[in-house]
Design a protein around this ligand. Structure first.
Ligand SMILES: [Zn+2]
Length: 209
């Protein structure tokens, strides 16, 4: 807590002025481009690896970057964020972002039956599925992203926005050790977003619009 308070004091004394223009505009309201659903893991620093600015993303973070299947009574917090982002904020895209060495996915790989009864076990039942047992943790984590993208399609608001205004659904995966971000191109294909393939992915998104 002391580190946090020192950081706030430092911001107040040295950095605040540099943000005054940005936040005076943001104070009038938010218009984020995307809903970003990521794991709560402290290392998933989207503002660092995606160079995002304040106001760019409406963010939901939970253990394992899960999107509970529509109507699941255990997932109303995340479901409310999805509905709010799609219906009220009219975001253009939804991104589910997994990451390497994910604790939630370690639990999946060991088999959920190995977990003690409780909130974590009940929550992770909405994750990568029983097939993840025995999988490599990073493979399970990427599979989990694709499972969550399928859950999103079950939300009536999401389906409607996809049909009516081209809402895009995307999977990302952050490799902490190698400081790289992968993009899900479908049918099991993950691509590193670098200068070459990242530009190709950008062009393919332009064509979809
Ligand atoms: Zn995680």
């Amino acid at each position: 807590m002391k580190k946090l308070i020192r950081g706030i004091i430092q911001f107040h004394e040295t950095k605040r002025q540099g943000y005054e223009d940005t936040f005076s505009k943001l104070a009038l309201g938010q218009k984020p481009d995307a809903l970003f659903i990521a794991c709560s893991d402290s290392r998933v620093a989207v503002n660092v690896f995606a160079s995002t600015d304040p106001g760019d993303l409406f963010v939901v973070r939970n253990v394992g970057n899960l999107v509970p299947p529509f109507g699941n009574p255990g997932g109303t917090g995340t479901a409310a964020a999805v509905d709010f982002a799609v219906d009220k904020l009219a975001v253009s895209d939804i991104i589910v972002c997994g990451h390497s060495d994910c604790g939630a996915m370690h639990a999946h790989c060991q088999g959920q039956d190995a977990l003690p009864e409780g909130s974590i076990k009940r929550w992770l039942e909405m994750g990568a599925g029983p097939e993840a047992k025995g999988m490599d943790v990073n493979e399970a984590s990427r599979r989990n992203v694709t499972v969550q993208l399928e859950h999103l399609k079950g939300y009536p608001a999401v389906g409607r926005a996809m049909r009516e205004r081209g809402l895009g659904l995307h999977g990302l995966w952050f490799d902490i050790r190698h400081l790289e971000v992968l993009y899900y191109e479908g049918t099991g294909k993950w691509t590193v977003l670098d200068g070459k393939d990242g530009e190709r992915v950008l062009k393919s998104l332009d064509q979809k619009k």
